[in-house]
Write a protein of this length. Structure first.
Lengths: 339, 270
């Protein structure tokens, strides 16, 4: 039996399906990331787990206990909201203590737990500050601390980094992952950022149009997308249907191919044609665009009328291919994902 | 190079604009205060002399003491009763019944769309005992009469405070840490609207202590307030009326300062 078990969770608003027949198991100590495009139902599913939205059907077990009909306060679930929802009239310490006071804990115990959490989150110097005096990153840490100080069985995170700038996001997601490993809490996080999902998640559940399209490890989801839609959302794949493959590579497979941009190589004319056609496919392309993405260069290519994306490592010693130049590219058979 | 925002006071149009506003706000008050202590003030910029005779005459008049006590009872009573009735309705409407809340906004300005005399007659009828409530001739009719009039003074500033916070998210965050609706209201939402509440309290108190039409029509000589007393003084010297106005201005100013300081002090501490 898994620590969290969802079976057949379904929700409709005014007859419009939000999510349908969701079956999901989460193990104790695992960080499960719900990822999907905006409007796919992931936040409503998270709110259903929290008890803020009542599903129309389905069961929800947490540590073997059916919590579907319980009030949010009785579920033993903590949540970090998208915009944190800190109590604006309270200091950081008071924000953390408020939930413990509702549990009627001794004052000394409240002080001890709040002090330990403030220390753990690196907020000691800002403990007397109010939310409006904090930066976005600090607010996020306070929201996380406010949820964790109650020692919930399950922590829910609703796009907790969406309001932060890119640099702070990267730092905080590493911090969140470290905390999760150190404290061993079980968590479900919602995000629409596939990169964030791959970095943070122990397991990823891809949601599309209210249904779970694929559940698996980050490696599985990225490397073996179960459908064209998952491939298009998660990996920025080149999706090639059989007729297109035939036009480009002169080969007609039975299924579509999902090809990562980094799976395409430029053939160096000096080194000949490389592998034999049985293990790799080759074609000629025209470079139609170049984008520098830091460590990677993203080329937009045209293979006849078919657009392709190709990523190559941005080596300091290598020069960029000029727009309009003609090159040959190669795709190894082992890098092809049939979908 | 960035431009400095600090400019010299002299020759700065910002100070001129503020100065005109401050002068126009304070000039009537200063004029009344000067008139209260003037021996004679006709055709000159300033009074020809000053005296405390008018003030001493008013303070020696037992009707003034009685009217002052009555006005304070009415003003405190109306402020407290209207706060107890109106503020919870505003909070509950905003937080839990947003559709109904739109109508509350229209409801609070309704008393200003009806002439005061008509409303006063309505109140006299309601509280005449015909419907089981007999308040006519008592200060309570005035206190309850001021509740609808003062509702908008709470509604506007408190709603502004509520719009500045994400109430729905805060309530849900409260549920998730185990708080009841009452605990969230008392510990989080209400303290977040203290500034609006302070403004509402002061404005309601000011309304109740300085209002004349309702006071005269609803209780008149049965429970004379400062305004009714001033109406009696109308036949005599304007200096006496000015003394009464100056006294209640000082009371309103002192209480306003105290209320605003008390309700906003904690929030301002950083």
């Amino acid at each position: 039996m898994s620590f969290v078990e969802m079976r057949g969770l379904t929700k409709r608003f005014d007859g419009v399906m939000v999510f349908d027949s969701i079956d999901l198991d989460i193990e104790q100590g695992e960080m499960c990331v719900l990822v999907g495009p905006s409007g796919c139902g992931k936040t409503t599913l998270l709110r259903s787990i929290a008890g803020l939205v009542q599903p129309d059907a389905g069961t929800l077990l947490l540590a073997g206990r059916d919590i579907i009909s319980l009030q949010p306060k009785d579920r033993g679930i903590g949540m970090v909201m998208q915009h944190y929802a800190l109590f604006p009239n309270m200091t950081i310490e008071q924000n953390l203590a408020f939930g413990l006071q509702q549990k009627r804990l001794e004052k000394t115990e409240i002080r001890r737990r709040v002090g330990a959490m403030v220390e753990l989150m690196g907020l000691k110097e800002r403990a007397k500050a109010r939310p409006q005096q904090l930066s976005g990153g600090q607010k996020q840490r306070v929201a996380l601390a406010r949820a964790l100080v109650l020692e919930p069985h399950l922590l829910l995170l609703d796009e907790p980094m969406s309001a932060l700038d890119a640099q702070i996001r990267k730092r905080l997601r590493d911090e969140l992952k470290r905390l999760q490993r150190e404290l061993g809490f079980t968590a479900v996080m919602v995000t629409h950022d596939q990169e964030e999902a791959l970095v943070i998640g122990d397991r990823i559940a891809v949601m599309q149009s209210g249904k779970l399209a694929q559940i698996g490890s980050p490696h599985d989801i990225y490397g073996r997308p179960a459908s064209e839609a998952v491939a298009a959302f998660i990996g920025d794949f080149n999706i090639l249907p059989p007729p297109t493959i035939e036009r480009i590579f002169n080969h007609r497979p039975a299924t579509s191919w999902a090809v990562h941009p980094e799976a395409l190589d430029i053939i160096d004319p000096a080194n000949g044609n490389g592998d034999a056609p049985t293990t790799a496919f080759e074609t000629s392309v025209i470079v139609s665009g170049v984008k520098l993405l830091g460590a990677v260069v993203r080329y937009s290519l045209q293979a006849g009328s078919v657009p392709l994306k190709m990523d190559v490592l941005n080596r300091p010693s290598a020069s960029l291919l000029p727009i309009g130049s003609a090159v040959r590219i190669r795709l190894h058979a082992a890098d092809i994902r049939e979908i | 190079m960035s431009r400095t925002l600090r400019k010299p006071i002299l020759g700065n149009p910002a100070w001129l604009i503020i100065g005109v506003f401050v002068v126009l706000q304070l000039l009537p008050v200063a004029a009344v205060a000067l008139n209260a202590f003037a021996t004679d003030w006709n055709g000159t910029v300033l009074p020809s002399g000053f005296t405390t005779d008018w003030a001493l005459r008013i303070f020696a008049d037992p009707r003034f003491d009685q009217a002052l006590v009555h006005s304070l009872v009415i003003a405190f009573g109306a402020t407290v009763v209207s706060a107890l009735v109106t503020v919870p309705a505003i909070l509950v409407g905003h937080c839990y019944l947003p559709l109904l809340d739109r109508w509350l906004g229209a409801l609070v300005i309704l008393p200003y769309a009806v002439p005061g005399v008509v409303l006063a007659l309505g109140l006299l009828r309601i509280y005449s005992g015909q419907y089981g409530i007999q308040l006519n001739g008592t200060p309570l009719i005035l206190i309850f009469g001021y509740v609808p009039l003062g509702a908008s003074f709470y509604y506007v500033p408190i709603k502004n405070n509520l719009r500045a916070i994400t109430v729905k998210d805060i309530i849900e965050a409260g549920y998730l840490v185990g708080a009841s609706d009452l605990a969230i209201m008392v510990r989080v939402i209400l303290p977040s609207v203290l500034r609006g509440l302070a403004i509402g309290l002061v404005m309601n108190f000011t309304l109740a202590i300085s209002e004349f039409v309702y006071a005269n029509l609803l209780v008149g000589g049965l429970y004379p307030t400062l305004q009714v007393f001033m109406n009696v003084l109308r036949e005599g010297s304007g200096r006496l009326t000015s003394v009464v106005v100056t006294v209640y201005f000082i009371i309103v100013w002192a209480l306003s300062t105290a209320v605003i300081a008390a309700l906003t002090e904690r929030k301002d501490k950083k």
